[in-house]
Write a protein that binds this ligand. Structure first.
Ligand SMILES: [Zn+2]
Length: 101
């Protein structure tokens, strides 16, 4: 059994989500008679590999107008996006422990 609490993953994202849910419910932003109420981080990523990860990671959007062989540049933007895996929790600053083994 692992007793090293330093390496234990934090629950910041889950706690924050629960806090927001409670707050919105208390404020009456979600009607008491509503059904199918669902809360979740937008853009949540699921990691298949082991280790600790934030459920949401920063995304980088890349856009450019490529040069055409005939001269000039393409009318349409070429777009791409990629996620950068966060190394630390954005709430408590704890470094995520990666399972590289
Ligand atoms: Zn945290």
């Amino acid at each position: 059994m692992d007793t090293n609490t330093e390496n234990k993953a934090c629950n910041c994202f889950t706690e924050t989500l629960n806090r927001v849910k409670e707050h919105l419910t208390e404020q009456g932003k979600i009607p008491a008679d509503a059904i199918d109420v669902s809360f979740g981080w937008q853009g949540q990523t699921y990691m298949l590999s082991g280790g600790q990860y934030a459920p949401v990671n920063p995304k980088i959007e890349v856009k450019f107008r490529a040069a055409k062989k005939s001269g000039g540049h393409a009318r349409n933007l070429t777009k791409n996006e990629l996620s950068i895996v966060a190394s630390h929790c954005c709430y408590c600053g704890r470094e995520y422990q990666r399972d590289n083994g």
